[in-house]
Design a protein around this ligand. Structure first.
Ligand code: NAD
Length: 324
């Protein structure tokens, strides 16, 4: 029996945390990413850290050779500012999803986990700020987020057909807005929680209270803390059901409420300047968790106030180093 777990996209935000947790659980881990090591969000000495471009079939084969479980987290992605302006790049992640899946099946991997997204959900379920709960069935009839969401929906469906046609065990989670320490916090790929933490941290450090908020601040989301994401990923990967399941918090907040929380955490009162021309995505989106509770008897439970306090402290330390 093989006993190595492979994480692709291990140099990224979620991958870095997942590798850490697998190592803590005593697993041997091969961590694979295309980026130079100095750009990895976390580099764990106890893992076999490897560079490879898993969009290429040969690299994907090398990456998964001898693996027991493959967690495919590699993708070209970012927050709304990135995915609205880089649709072709997002669609090209289909090469990663295809080749890692195919290589894993051909290598006789025992289980394959795919990280899908809330962006697979049809836009007409997300037009209101109130009650925008997304159930797994709402992904069809399909009209996902253009570019990024289409790639995710196609790739999770490919998992389904590899399971149906080849009996290959795949598991799929639809992540909802993951945030936390060691995430991307600048340079255009960051998501709303990290971007807002950075803006409030800059206000705290410089005394300049003006911050820019994308949209009118009333758009709603649920944000999932990284520890819940990692725990949920392992629970879904080790569960019996191959159909995609939401992995997200069901604590619905508006962007303005996130800023309110950050003001409390930081002790800084900011002046909010709304940019309604900036990318802002759907009007409302929240994970509906009946299915994950039914399957696993579990759901993400970290309160946003708790996760955001930890995230703010980390982003603040990064901004401080940068400003210095
Ligand atoms: P991330 O951008 O921090 O990590 C992705 C990693 O994949 C990067 O380090 C990147 O270098 C690597 N990668 C890209 N192309 C590669 C290639 N060809 N070969 C090898 N590595 C490659 O993103 P993340 O936030 O850690 O997300 C991980 C996964 O979860 C992605 O598939 C993403 O689409 C999915 N997801 C994330 C969120 C979220 O809120 N962060 C939400 C929904 C889905």
């Amino acid at each position: 029996m093989n006993d190595v777990d492979v994480v692709t996209g291990a140099g990224g935000f979620i991958g870095g945390h997942l590798v850490g947790e697998l190592l803590r659980q005593g697993r041997q881990v091969r961590a694979v990413d295309v980026k130079p090591f100095e750009e990895w969000h976390q580099l764990h000495d106890d893992a076999a850290n490897t560079r490879g471009d898993v969009a290429l079939l040969d690299d994907a084969r090398r990456a998964v050779a001898g693996a027991e479980v493959v967690y495919n987290l590699a993708a070209d992605m970012g927050g709304m500012g990135f995915i609205e302006n880089n649709k072709a790049a997002c669609m090209l992640s289909v090469l990663i999803s295809t080749h890692v899946l195919q290589a894993s099946q051909q290598a006789g991997v025992e289980r394959y986990f795919y990280s899908s997204s809330a962006c697979v959900y049809a836009a007409d379920h997300q037009t209101s700020t109130s009650g925008p709960q997304l159930r797994e069935g709402d992904a069809y009839p399909a009209m996902p987020e253009d570019g990024y969401g289409w790639e995710k929906l196609f790739s999770e469906r490919m998992c389904r057909h590899f399971t149906d046609d080849f009996g290959f065990p795949t598991r799929v989670a639809r992540y909802h807005n993951i945030y936390g320490e060691h995430g991307t916090w600048r340079d255009g790929r960051e998501k709303a929680p990290a971007a807002l933490c950075r803006k409030v941290a800059v206000a705290a450090l410089t005394g300049e209270p003006d911050i820019e908020i994308w949209g009118d601040g009333k758009q709603t989301r649920s944000f999932t803390y990284i520890d819940d994401c990692v725990e949920g990923t392992l629970r879904v990967a080790r569960s019996d059901d191959p159909t995609p399941v939401n992995l997200g918090s069901d604590e619905l907040v508006s962007i303005d409420e996130v800023v309110d929380l950050l003001e409390e955490i930081s002790g800084v009162t900011v002046r909010r300047n709304y940019d309604t021309t900036a990318p802002q995505g759907v009007r409302g989106r929240c994970s509906e968790n009946t299915e994950i509770r039914r399957r696993l008897g579990w759901q993400p439970s970290t309160a946003l106030s708790v996760g955001l306090e930890r995230t703010y402290a980390w982003v603040y330390s990064q901004v401080k180093q940068h400003v210095a």
